[in-house]
Design a protein around this ligand. Structure first.
Ligand code: SF4
Length: 219
């Protein structure tokens, strides 16, 4: 889909609200950046999961230079320090991330190798702000799983140069094979599909805020 389907976005936002998440639509990247910043208070401790979408809307630069206490994992000088900063994320006021897919039923679907990102989405930070281009919307869970195996994981393994099968093949090793999409696939340290997480109806009302943008963002 090249252009946003507004009815589909509205349906997805209504479903997110039913699931106790906040949902917003922003037509452009610039509007999305303003929306994110409107949901953060001055002085908040803010950090983020790895995300091309966040870079594309300019929010990482904005929180780095703004009046926030930004926990910058990318500034770590060692793996130990990076681990320490990832643990600090659990005590943040605000966690910024994207989602690998958002279903029309208002579910967030995320897949993670290290799993610091999915764990922070689930518990820890007081507020989680999720930014997604309209390209991340899928019909249902099956489409979400397929999307990650064909559209999200391959460019991510390429970007991170993990050496996983899909980095060069362009889709998961499990595509077209019988068996479990979840457990099948490549083996080894380069695999980024280790934990598969669905956020459905939330107990902590409006802790998760989802901003859907009318532009293609991330992958
Ligand atoms: S299981 Fe491996 S090959 Fe399949 S999508 Fe994940 S990282 Fe890529």
């Amino acid at each position: 889909m090249k252009t946003p389907d507004i009815k589909r976005i509205e349906k997805t936002i209504a479903s997110l609200k039913k699931n106790n998440m906040m949902g917003f639509y922003c037509e452009t990247k610039e509007e999305a950046l303003d929306k994110v910043l409107s949901l953060i208070n001055e002085g908040d401790t803010v950090t983020n999961g790895g995300s091309e979408t966040l870079k594309e809307i300019g929010v990482i630069d904005a929180v780095k230079s703004g009046n926030y206490n930004y926990v910058d994992r990318s500034a770590a000088q060692s793996q130990e320090e990076a681990e320490e900063l990832m643990r600090e994320a659990y005590f943040a006021d605000v966690y910024l991330t994207s989602s690998n897919a958002v279903t029309e039923f208002g579910e967030l679907y995320n897949v993670d190798g290290n799993s610091n990102r999915v764990s922070a989405i689930l518990y820890g930070p007081k507020s989680v702000i999720v930014v997604c281009g309209f390209n991340k919307i899928v019909k249902n869970f099956d489409e979400a799983v397929y999307r990650v195996k064909t559209k999200a994981a391959p460019p991510n393994t390429k970007r991170l140069h993990t050496g996983a099968y899909c980095e060069t093949a362009g889709e998961c090793l499990s595509c077209g094979r019988d068996g479990s999409f979840m457990c099948d696939g490549c083996r080894g340290d380069g695999r980024i599909c280790c934990n598969y997480v669905v956020c459905a109806q939330q107990r902590h009302k409006e802790r998760i805020k989802v901003i859907i943008v009318g532009e293609k963002l991330g992958y």
